[in-house]
Design a protein around this ligand. Structure first.
Ligand SMILES: NC(=O)c1ccc[n+]([C@@H]2O[C@H](COP(=O)([O-])OP(=O)(O)OC[C@H]3O[C@@H](n4cnc5c(N)ncnc54)[C@H](O)[C@@H]3O)[C@@H](O)[C@H]2O)c1
Length: 371
């Protein structure tokens, strides 16, 4: 096993460790035992993940004298709902869960967000551990304690800041992930480099192909650098009152596009929408004379080379600027009826820009090909 390094996320009594390696079997029992208050855990996973990694994890914990119950839910974004939350809590209560027990979120960001939110409200809060199995969840959603479910009115509208007791990452679990999901998660890796680490951006240019071919050492390096950057930002601003908003680079446009396209039924993955959203953010920054055309080209080229949509025409659908503006009007970051976007003063130099008028964004989107 190539063990890399453990990252500590220091949040006073909510501090925890992110363990990153390529063989969870070697560390699972000791890491779980080290953080649970009594030897009983409930693994919550989805139907896809249950098919491959669940049996071995279940066995290791049982063999290690940790009583383990399993709840399997349907995969995908449709499980981040009030309805699924209620079903999950009913099932856990039916299995006689108690306050000292621990939930284990085994899966991608959907499982992590739903299980984290469940942990935050059941018995007014019980412990949970994240074992992320998608690249997106390994570099982003499992770290930092944001948990949420969706409503018809928008994504992640109901949730809580609730930190896990540990995050256990095994990059070898990504070998069964569909390639499109891998690339989608990789978009969040690119995000860290663009928002605050030019050296990492240059490193990604050289190593992107190897990462997407699942080279273990490169993956561990990419995941560790991403998690360390997220840990640093979360330590500084756990509840997103300031700098944590930088992590939303590409997300304001991305969420609006994701929301609109998925309503229309043509389908786009979260990371794909975020990747395109980052291209839009870079282009809008250039339009406002904040960053150079060369910066925009470098950003779009890296995103395009990964196979992520970088231009409106890559979406293969029709989107109206006015619909995107309408969704932006409900954005959590909106202030005084004006928009806030994360923009770039260059690669590695993201900042929060308030006071942006709907009309300017609308005109920009039309220039980019939106109807
Ligand atoms: N909390 C946060 O800070 C945060 C940050 C970013 C994204 N998110 C949320 O994360 C969600 C997206 O997460 P995601 O991209 O991981 O999606 P996901 O959880 O839906 O997983 C994607 C698909 O891959 C399958 N899968 C998972 N691991 C697998 C594996 N190892 N092998 C084979 N198949 C596997 C899943 O069953 C699912 O079908 C969104 O709901 C988004 O809002 C949350």
């Amino acid at each position: 096993m190539k063990k890399y390094k453990d990252i500590n996320i220091n949040l006073k009594d909510r501090s925890y460790k992110i363990i990153i390696n390529d063989n969870i079997k070697d560390t699972l029992l000791s890491e779980v035992s080290g953080v649970i208050s009594r030897p009983k855990v409930f693994i919550i996973t989805d139907e896809n993940v249950a098919g491959f990694v669940l049996p071995s994890i279940h066995k290791i914990l049982n063999d290690g004298n940790i009583e383990t119950q399993v709840v399997i839910i349907p995969p995908g974004e449709k499980s981040k709902t009030f309805n699924q939350l209620e079903l999950l809590i009913e099932e856990l209560v039916g299995l006689k869960i108690e306050r000292q027990d621990t939930l284990i979120a085994l899966g991608g960001g959907v499982i992590g967000d739903l299980v984290g939110f469940t942990a935050s409200i059941i018995f007014r809060g019980i412990d949970f551990i994240q074992i992320p199995t998608t690249l997106l969840s390994q570099v982003d959603s499992s770290v930092g304690g944001k948990t949420a479910i969706n409503m018809g009115e928008g994504k992640n509208l109901v949730g809580a800041f609730y930190q896990p007791k540990a995050v256990i990452i095994d990059v070898s679990l990504l070998s069964t992930l569909p390639y499109r999901e891998l690339v989608s998660g990789y978009s969040e890796v690119i995000k860290y480099s663009i928002l605050g680490n030019k050296d990492f951006f240059e490193w990604l240019k050289d190593n992107q192909r190897g990462i997407l071919k699942l080279n273990t050492e490169l993956l561990i390096e990419a995941v560790s650098t991403s998690c360390q950057m997220k840990a640093d930002i979360v330590e500084e601003d756990e509840r997103e009152r300031g700098s944590r908003a930088l992590l939303n680079l590409g997300h304001t446009f991305g969420h609006a596009i994701e929301n609109k396209i998925n309503t229309d039924g043509s389908g786009i993955l979260h990371g794909e929408a975020i990747g395109f959203g980052m291209c839009l953010s870079a282009k809008f920054s250039n339009k406002m004379n904040l960053c150079s055309e060369n910066d925009v080209n470098q950003v779009t080229n890296l995103i395009k080379a990964a196979g992520i949509p970088s231009h409106y025409s890559d979406l293969n659908t029709t989107l109206r600027a006015v619909d995107i503006i309408d969704i932006l009007a409900r954005d959590k970051k909106r202030k005084d009826d004006k928009n806030t976007l994360i923009l770039l003063k260059g690669i590695g130099k993201a900042f929060i820009k308030d006071g942006l008028e709907d009309k300017d964004i609308n005109d920009f989107l039309i220039d980019e090909g939106f109807q």
